[in-house]
Design a protein around this ligand. Structure first.
Ligand code: NDP
Length: 333
């Protein structure tokens, strides 16, 4: 079995597993309590110590399932980290966004669903342009002060919004965000390699990156159409399948086909190559895996060993196929 690595979450003292496990789409839609229990045990036994959630996933049922499983498996609370994210809690005006009220309500509700008395990571799932930055930073900081949250972060915020949160925290002596949760994979690099380039050194920003396989495109499973039972065949995720039909989608599939051939030449799979490529970036604290089957999780965990294949020559071959390297702003050295 591949040996798990642990990486510091940004400038904090917390070591998270380089691969972690998330529940978006899968829990409730494809994964019930029984399969969820097998997947989480498999992940935990392989050294995964971070499990990702959000209030919006399956309208809270993803957290309920995960909470029941963690309780049943009897894991010691000091042996794993669990997250939630606040933004889309319901239809009412008080149930959405990053107001102090919703940030507090959502935190308490997530702790109840997960059956824990604190969250390790708590993310603002998107920026909220309708709430003053000071209100949100103060609410998150207060939750940390109250011991309900260990570390707080953002998801898909712009670099200047993260910088503003830090400035506000410094001005009022509050606790700043530690971590961002951005999409990052071979086909989506702008934020992690471009926009955020200045934030790693400036603020010690950690990253828990999502959709490392671009929802499955980077497994090669969509190279010849949409297979039955896959994410893009699910009725409520038709919007993802529709994206494959756009010019951008077709260009991504063309790259996936070229990368599949490269992976075969290297004696590995595109899935492992794509995950290893994410792991290779030192600004990635943890790569959040999604899996609807145990066999998928086994393959994805083995990507830890594939990193060794990615020497300069292979990285250059990948770069030629991708042709999407963002310019890092402000680097004159
Ligand atoms: P991926 O891009 O890795 O996609 C995972 C999906 O790809 C699986 O559910 C499965 O779908 C397919 N797959 C995975 N491994 C394999 C394999 N070895 N062979 C074939 N197919 C495979 O990650 P996700 O999009 O699931 O994102 C991971 C996590 O990131 C989420 O669970 C969530 O925690 C977080 N996230 C956060 C977001 C945010 O806004 N902060 C947004 C999205 C995700 P299938 O079998 O159905 O085809």
């Amino acid at each position: 079995m591949s040996e798990m690595q642990y990486r510091k979450l940004g400038a904090s003292g917390l070591f998270v597993s380089a691969l972690s496990f998330g529940s978006w789409v899968t829990f409730k839609n494809q994964v019930d309590d029984n399969l969820g229990e097998r997947l989480m045990k498999q992940a935990y036994d392989a050294g995964i110590n971070f499990f990702d959630n959000a209030e919006v996933y399956a309208a809270g049922d993803s957290e309920r399932i995960m909470g029941r499983i963690i309780k049943k498996l009897g894991w010691s609370r000091d042996s794993y980290c669990v997250s939630s994210k606040v933004f889309w809690g319901g239809e009412l005006p008080t149930q959405r966004g990053l107001s102090r009220k919703h940030v507090f309500d959502a935190c308490h509700a997530a702790m109840q669903r997960l059956q824990v008395d604190y969250l390790d990571l708590y993310f603002c799932h998107r920026p909220d342009i309708h709430t003053p930055m000071e209100e949100t930073v103060r609410a998150m900081s207060d939750l940390v002060q109250q011991g309900k949250v260990m570390y707080w972060g953002t998801s898909e915020w712009r670099a200047d919004q993260i910088a503003t949160a830090h400035a506000v925290a410094r001005q009022y002596n509050l606790i700043p965000p530690l971590v961002e949760q951005p999409q990052y994979n071979m086909l989506e690099r702008d934020k992690v390699e471009g926009d955020y380039a200045l934030l790693y050194d400036q603020y010690g920003l950690g990253t828990t990156i999502w959709s490392p396989l671009a929802s499955g495109i980077l497994t090669g499973k969509y190279n010849d159409g949409i297979p039955a039972g896959s994410r893009m065949s699910l009725a409520n995720f038709q919007w993802l399948a529709d994206r494959l039909e756009t010019d951008e989608g077709r260009a991504k599939l063309a790259k996936a086909r070229e990368l599949t051939a490269l992976a075969e030449k290297l004696g590995t799979s595109l899935t492992k190559l794509a995950l290893a490529w994410c792991l290779k970036n030192p600004n990635v604290s943890t790569v959040i895996l999604g899996a609807s089957k145990e066999s998928q999780l086994s393959e994805n965990l083995a990507a830890l060993d594939t990193v060794a294949l990615l020497d300069d020559g292979v990285m250059a071959e990948i770069e030629t196929i991708l042709a999407n390297k963002p310019a890092a702003p402000g680097d004159f050295r």
